[in-house]
Design a protein around this ligand. Structure first.
Ligand SMILES: Nc1nc2c(ncn2[C@@H]2O[C@H](COP(=O)(O)OP(=O)(O)OP(=O)(O)O)[C@@H](O)[C@H]2O)c(=O)[nH]1
Ligand SMILES: [Mg+2]
Length: 219
């Protein structure tokens, strides 16, 4: 069973790197936040709105962007004045702790919040601890209200659920009660309803900023 042995080794090594990352983040007074979600769920749009809210409160943010290819998301943050770093996985469907270890060193950031936008995927990112202090899933309402019933490992893994694109809730017939019932079978994570179509007009993001601020101040 050589494949099984290899998988175990990779996972074991990931845990070692994740632990090292946790120690480094703590020493640097950094809260690392892993943002996960499906492709196009609104991760970048929500994150930009959240960074702007935190900036207005005097909290510094930096962003590590994970994508298979391109620098589109990183450029958006760089243009907005945030320290940012792109990680191109070139085919890998998730970011792992070793990649974050190297990326974080190159970012050269401390005393603030480092957001890691994971590769758009509802499966593999839930298998790789990055050493983060907070795990958020962005679940966009057009994806459907049944996702916690289907993607059980991911919805069990997260600390916070951010419903995105809530301006489209009625149009797509999203049933929050049904969604929350599925989530509660797995997890007591708080649920926030947000819209970030245009960061300046975003709503619901302030409540998430309250939670991130409290978490940052408690590290
Ligand atoms: N109506 C609406 N559209 C949104 C909202 N947030 C994001 N979008 C749109 O959804 C699309 C995807 O948004 P992104 O923020 O790029 O999503 P993402 O999850 O970062 O995408 P990937 O990084 O490519 O996986 C874009 O066309 C956004 O303008 C929202 O709150 N409401
Ligand atoms: Mg993105």
């Amino acid at each position: 069973m050589p494949d099984v042995v290899i998988m175990k080794e990779i996972k074991g090594l990931n845990e070692t790197y994740a632990e090292e990352n946790r120690e480094k983040f703590a020493a640097d007074n950094v809260l690392a936040v892993n943002i996960m979600g499906a492709p196009g769920a609104g991760k970048t749009s929500f994150l930009m709105a959240l960074c702007d809210k935190l900036k207005a409160r005097g909290i510094r943010s930096a962003v590590i962007e994970g994508d298979l290819y391109s620098t589109i998301d990183t450029e958006e943050f760089a243009n907005a004045g945030y320290r940012s770093l792109q990680i191109n996985t070139e085919g890998e469907c998730h970011i792992d702790a070793n990649v974050i270890r190297q990326g974080y060193d190159r970012l050269g950031f401390r005393d603030g919040v480092v957001f890691i936008e994971n590769v758009g995927n509802l499966i593999c990112p839930a298998e790789f601890d990055l050493g983060e202090g907070l795990r958020i899933i962005t679940a966009s309402v057009p994806e459907g209200d049944d996702k916690p019933y289907k993607y059980i490992p991911m919805y069990s893994y997260v600390d916070v659920v951010v419903l995105t694109k809530c301006d489209l809730k009625e149009a797509v017939g999203f049933d929050t009660e049904y969604f929350t019932r599925g989530l509660r079978a797995l997890n007591e994570a708080p649920v926030f309803e947000t819209c970030a179509k245009a960061p300046a007009d975003s709503w619901g993001v302030d409540e998430v900023a309250d939670l991130v601020e409290a978490k940052y101040k408690s590290i």
